[in-house]
Design a protein around this ligand. Structure first.
Ligand code: KG4
Ligand code: ZN
Length: 325
């Protein structure tokens, strides 16, 4: 079995996965959303202190598995430095105490492997990662052959939902509240410009749209927020769809996946499904409970790394907050 730990942002999570079968034997996540909601975003020092309380509490429950552990895996990059270090120190202590290998897992690779929790991996794959920290398009051939072909130039897709929710004083995280609010709104009431629609570049950008929404929010009353939310969601998604279409013209996908916290968005899922029809490509999605940050995806990725003996020495595994793929 592999014990995996995730603490890259505001979720403390630990999983135990059986190496031979990929079966998830234990999985728990303590989310800090409520604590950060009053600040409209994640406060790193507060997140770090909450991991210090939550991680040992969860680890206690995993004690029965300790004699069967063959490795301990942990997210060591990218994320918030002060929260990553909490998981990494716990993983190092376990690796030393139990004399088992240590595996450092990239959080973005974890999101990709969230598709394959308790499943066989299906590769090669074109993947769009949409989370709070990232918006990037990748060609994935294997765990160590991931090529990023487009990324955001400023804010990420999920982050733009968080910022719009903050403008409307709707708390954190913004994705689910904006999606719910948008259901009762007129998506064509506000004619926001689709970012980079005249640019041939395949890249993403959300800061211009965010500023346009800010002006609309400032000029509106609360009754109009649903229309703003729906119009924003339509345009934010149209931007992804336009760029994906452009990329697919030259690189038609056989199999396409959306991963990351914001891949839970139903409107985005429907639009992507529709866009893929002419390409005849299959759409893979993670189960809803595995879209946002969790240790099960880290454990799934770690199984691949375990088989490749991609282990780290305890003194060599570093936290890399800014790492990119
Ligand atoms: O992957 P994740 O849990 O954490 C990061 O690695 O960043 O993603 C969290 C992000 C947040 O920005 C949140 O607002 C967004 O995913 N999100 C959504 C939805 N659910 C979560 N964005 C849009 N629509 C949703 N339904
Ligand atoms: Zn994430």
């Amino acid at each position: 079995m592999i014990l995996s730990i995730e603490s890259s942002c505001d979720d403390s999570s630990i999983a135990v996965t059986e190496i031979a079968t990929g079966k998830l034997l234990y999985h728990k996540k303590i989310s800090q959303e409520l604590e950060h909601a009053q600040y409209g975003g994640v406060v790193p020092e507060l997140a770090s202190r909450l991991h210090v309380e939550a991680l040992p509490k969860i680890l206690q429950e995993c004690r029965p598995y300790f004699p069967s552990l063959k490795a301990v895996a942990v997210t060591n990059e990218p994320g918030l430095g002060v929260t990553l270090v909490e998981g990494v120190m716990m993983a190092k202590a376990l690796a030393v105490a139990l004399s088992i290998p240590l595996i450092g897992v990239n959080h973005l690779i974890g999101h990709i492997y969230s598709l394959f929790i308790e499943k066989e991996a299906r590769l090669p794959l074109t993947v769009l990662l949409v989370s709070g920290g990232h918006t990037q398009l990748m060609e994935v051939e294997g765990i160590d052959t991931v090529k990023t072909v487009a990324r955001t130039m400023d804010d990420s897709f999920g982050e733009s939902f968080d910022k719009v929710a903050k403008m409307m004083h709707l708390g954190y995280p913004g994705g689910p509240v904006i999606e719910t609010l948008a259901k009762n709104g007129d998506a064509f009431r506000y004619n926001f410009t689709v970012p980079l629609h005249q640019s041939p570049k395949i890249a993403f950008s959300y800061s211009g749209l965010k500023n346009a929404v800010r002006l609309a929010v400032e000029a509106a009353n609360e009754k109009e927020y649903a229309d703003i939310a729906a119009s924003f969601q339509r345009v934010a998604t149209a931007h992804l769809i336009q760029k994906l279409k452009k990329y697919f013209k030259a690189h038609p996908p056989r199999c396409f996946a959306i991963v990351g916290g914001a891949s839970a968005n139903r409107y985005l899922r429907e639009q992507v499904q529709e866009m893929l029809k002419p390409f005849g490509a299959t759409l893979l999605l993670s189960e809803l409970r595995y879209c946002s940050d969790n240790a099960a995806m880290i454990g799934r990725a770690a199984i691949e790394m375990y088989h490749k003996k991609a282990w780290s020495r305890v003194e060599n595994l570093h936290v890399n907050a800014q790492s990119t793929l």
